[in-house]
Design a protein around this ligand. Structure first.
Ligand SMILES: [Zn+2]
Length: 245
């Protein structure tokens, strides 16, 4: 896979001029967490955290950037354009960085034959950086992390076996669904017109935020929508924030 260097992202951002939405934010800046560059967006303070972690999920990024302009809370959107990021020349899925075990599996899958010392070096770096990453993404008491994703084929059907409970209100739209880790959030979401799964088990630990949230008892809600379905994703984001307090 062709990987875009982070300095190129930054350069494009600067050379691309100031985007129109820039003016809406009281505070927006670029931050680096675990070696990955994110745009930090906040207009009004609030306990809610929002995240787009995969760079090739443009719809999710566009929805979140537009949505957070007039909502309280803090959003982080990855600035790169690819799903996989590169740390010290090593490829990793950024949604597998939340545990050493999950990060190692992702690195070994994406970098076959990589020197073991190189693997250990990146894992040690991630261990060192993880507390800062978690301080950014973990919500304060009463808050939650809401992550927006897009897919190109993956669907709710892939998650049913790993789920405690499921509510499939839109069986013809399995690519658009919520995944939550808190049973109370599930109770609210299953009354919605949308698809939802509940996953409370922290194992197997694949290094994703959902497993970490299950382990820590943190409220985490993930929204998957088919890539390109901006209106569908925005509608679900608004529904969630209006109904899941
Ligand atoms: Zn994703």
């Amino acid at each position: 896979m062709d990987l875009q260097p982070q300095n190129l992202n930054r350069r494009s951002f600067v050379l691309g001029g100031i985007p129109r939405w820039f003016h809406f934010f009281r505070r927006q800046e670029l931050v680096h967490l675990s070696g990955v560059e994110f745009r930090f967006l906040r207009n009004k303070r609030g306990p809610r955290r929002y995240l787009v972690i995969h760079g090739d999920e443009d719809t999710a990024s566009d929805v979140l950037t537009a949505y957070i302009k007039d909502q309280p809370g803090t959003a982080y959107t990855v600035t790169g354009k690819f799903r996989i990021v590169e740390l010290q020349g090593v490829k990793i899925d950024p949604n597998r960085m939340y545990s050493r075990e999950g990060a190692e599996r992702s690195i070994r899958n994406l970098n076959p034959g990589l020197d073991v010392e190189k693997v250990i070096g990146v894992l040690n770096y991630l261990d060192h950086e993880r507390p800062k990453l978690l301080r950014a993404f973990l919500p304060p008491r009463g808050g939650r992390l809401f992550a927006l994703h897009n897919n190109r084929g993956y669907s709710m059907l892939d998650e049913i076996a790993a789920s405690d409970e499921t509510s499939l209100k839109q069986p013809d739209l399995p690519r658009n669904f919520f995944l939550c880790t808190d049973p109370h959030d599930f109770e609210t979401l299953k009354k919605s017109p949308w698809n939802v799964v509940l996953q409370t088990r922290p194992d197997p630990d694949d290094g994703s935020f959902s497993r970490l949230a299950a382990r820590l008892g943190v409220r985490y809600i993930n929204l998957e929508c088919a890539i390109g379905e901006y209106a569908a994703q925005m509608e679900r984001v608004r529904w969630l924030d209006d109904h899941v307090t």
